[in-house]
Write a protein that binds this ligand. Sequence first.
Ligand code: ZN
Length: 150
Amino acid sequence: MARVESFEMDHTKVKAPYVRLASIEEGEKGERVAKYDIRFITPNTDTVTTAGMHTLEHLLAGYFRDELDGVIDVSPMGCRTGFYLIKFGVSSLEDVKSAFENALKKVMQTEEIPAANERQCGNYRDHSLEDAKAWAKKVLDEGIGILNKE
Ligand SMILES: [Zn+2]
């Protein structure tokens, strides 16, 4: 099997919430794509509910794009402890941390889940704005750390 960056990180040695630069890929023309580990929960201690993850996915898709240029994707981790942020260009971890904080502040203000309907979503009944807000609050209260410096 091909090498996978996240399998090489020691999940027993990290403490969330944090932002971490996972990898930088370079294309044939020198364009760079950066992948960040946006961690809500220390691995193997707890998980966000599937409904809460799903709602966070819908919200962070827009809110990270409001904060950073070149966002390609913000996708939930299967372990339900965080998200991957993938973008064109390399942003500083300070900028990614601020983007994460601002996005979570917007989650706290949200009153309606975008695209939570049969036409725009693959499982529109499985959402929880309450859980999304509870985890956003927890991360903001605990404070976001920076796991590595470029
Ligand atoms: Zn959906």
